[in-house]
Design a protein around this ligand. Structure first.
Ligand SMILES: C[S@@+](CC[C@H](N)C(=O)[O-])C[C@H]1O[C@@H](n2cnc3c(N)ncnc32)[C@H](O)[C@@H]1O
Length: 198
């Protein structure tokens, strides 16, 4: 797989700052995962598992998917070390090819901003969900202070909601849940959580 800046940073990805931010994300996501004990969850762009490996007690199974093999190596080491029996990893990039997978819940935490074609990945994830399934996106709100050739500068709520509806989702609840200093390319920023139902 052509990549990857994340391969180079995998071993030093889990900094204090990222772990703190992940805690905030975990709290927001957990609130949306009540009554999910029997559900399968794909954490797409899982990285080192900072978010989903804290959710193994609230869902039935977790598949951590990432296009960086090195990030997954770190995640796998945590799974083995902590003895998490319901989590596995998969090295894949759904923008390149889509395996025959189905899930009840798909989570994307700080990943959509790294994927150039938003509409296409939303459609792919929609197709992968079971009927009634849930897509949870955590990402940054639109931030005009940021300008980077490979990263979206966040997302405007209305625009993203329209894209989710176009992909086929019946409904989307979206809210900004956190404001932080220097959290998005060294700029102050806010984060949203969007929950869409197929
Ligand atoms: C900023 S990290 C977020 C990691 C984790 N979700 C978290 O919140 O801590 C972005 C992750 O997305 C992965 N990623 C980027 N583009 C991807 C793609 N097209 N397919 C799968 N993973 C991708 C990167 O390899 C990286 O691990």
């Amino acid at each position: 797989m052509e990549n990857n800046v994340f391969d180079q940073m995998a071993k030093r990805y889990d900094t204090e700052e990222r772990m703190e931010l992940a805690k905030v994300v975990v709290k927001a996501v957990r609130e949306e995962l009540r009554n999910s004990k029997s559900k399968s969850l794909i954490d797409y762009g899982s990285g080192t598992g900072l978010v989903s490996l804290e959710l193994s007690d609230v869902v039935g199974s977790i598949l951590l998917v990432d296009s960086s093999e090195q990030m997954l190596e770190v995640a796998q080491a945590k799974i083995s070390h902590r003895g998490i029996s319901n989590a596995t990893v998969l090295y894949a990039d759904f923008t390149q090819e889509t395996p025959e997978l189905k899930a009840d819940i798909i989570l994307m935490s700080l990943v959509l901003l790294h994927i150039p074609d938003t509409e296409k990945i939303l459609q792919t994830l929609f197709n992968m969900l079971n009927e009634g399934g849930k897509l949870m996106i955590v990402d940054f709100d639109k931030n005009e202070n940021i300008n980077h050739p490979k990263v979206h500068n966040g997302f405007a709520h209305d625009e993203l909601k329209n894209k989710l509806a176009k992909a086929g989702f019946k409904s989307t609840e979206m809210k900004t849940f956190y404001h932080g200093q220097c959290i998005f390319m060294k700029q102050d920023a806010s984060m949203f959580i969007a929950t869409s139902i197929k």
